[in-house]
Ligand binder design. Structure first.
Ligand SMILES: Nc1ncnc2c1ncn2[C@@H]1O[C@H](COP(=O)(O)OP(=O)(O)O)[C@@H](O)[C@H]1O
Ligand SMILES: [Mg+2]
Length: 267
């Protein structure tokens, strides 16, 4: 079943030609993109910086209006919804970004951060909410000892865990992860990927996983969409990207992936 779908989606931004004039030129960030995320699957979205990945992610989340095209969530076009109807849907679509710390209120403790979406949607009594917070933190590998801590007191990995904890607090269906581990050490990335993998089966999640690090795709993404200058140039099975890649852009991306295992580097 298609959970989330982009139908011929485009987004252009007006960019001021010179700072002292009013003239604007249209910059096309996403051009006629069609793709779909199947329920229970992980769709990877790869491409170099500036190729339009984040813009596409925001469009799919309904955080921005497309210039043209549609976003379907369970077959409902969300681009035309009222804010009340959108609020209901937004609950099922959450996001994790590269730098969670910058999205946290610095005056909030970990508990308040994870609690916020639950409060927003008035999901239960204070006691029920507290239980949900503790449960969500446990799911991301944090404990009650972290509840009263402030995000800046945590390590980068722990901050991302809090970001994921907040995103799953409402038990959404879809998680859009935009370069969630890009600022973490390479050694940590695998560990965090395993965390996402575990959450996926435990909470029946579906992921849109945006990354420029192709070494994270193998074994994690079911499908991979390759984005170049606002367009999807090809869609490949995640575990056979290397074998199946046809488009020269995909090949050049694959060639640029550093080999992690020193033994294999020369062959
Ligand atoms: N809010 C915005 N206003 C103007 N231009 C934007 C905005 N967001 C993105 N862009 C432009 O759209 C293009 C794609 O950006 P982005 O989606 O962030 O790419 P990526 O995530 O792949 O690095 C870039 O040229 C960027 O400058
Ligand atoms: Mg981006």
């Amino acid at each position: 079943m298609k959970l989330l779908e982009a139908v011929c989606l485009s987004k252009a931004y007006g960019e001021r030609q010179r700072w002292f004039t009013q003239q604007t030129r249209l910059v096309s960030a996403v051009e006629e993109v069609s793709l779909s995320l199947e329920r229970g699957k992980t769709l990877g979205l790869v491409g170099e910086s500036g190729s339009g990945k984040s813009t596409l992610g925001r469009l799919l989340l309904g955080l921005e209006k497309p210039t043209s095209g549609q976003v379907l969530y369970r077959n409902t076009d969300i681009t035309a919804l009222s804010s009340t109807a959108m609020r209901k849907i937004r609950r099922s679509m959450q996001s994790v970004f590269q730098n969670s710390l910058s999205s946290f209120n610095p005056l909030f403790t970990v508990e308040q951060i994870v609690e916020e979406p639950l409060q927003n949607y008035k999901t239960g009594t204070p006691k029920e909410i507290k239980n949900k917070v503790v449960e969500s933190l446990e799911l991301v590998g944090l404990g009650e000892q972290h509840l009263r801590r402030y995000p800046h007191e945590l390590s980068g990995g722990q901050q991302q865990r809090v970001g994921i904890g907040r995103a799953i607090a409402l038990r959404p269906e879809v998680l859009v992860c935009d370069e969630p581990f890009a600022s973490l050490d390479v050694s940590l990335r695998r560990q965090m990927l395993n965390l996402l993998q575990g959450l996926k089966s435990e909470l029946r999640l579906s992921y849109l996983f945006i990354t420029h690090d192709l070494s994270l795709i193998d074994g994690f993404c079911d499908q991979v969409a390759v984005m170049h200058e606002g367009r999807i140039v090809e869609c490949l099975p995640g575990n056979e990207m290397k074998m199946r890649a046809v488009h020269p852009y995909t090949k050049s991306l694959l060639e640029a992936v550093p080999v992690q295992e020193p033994r294999l580097r020369r062959t």
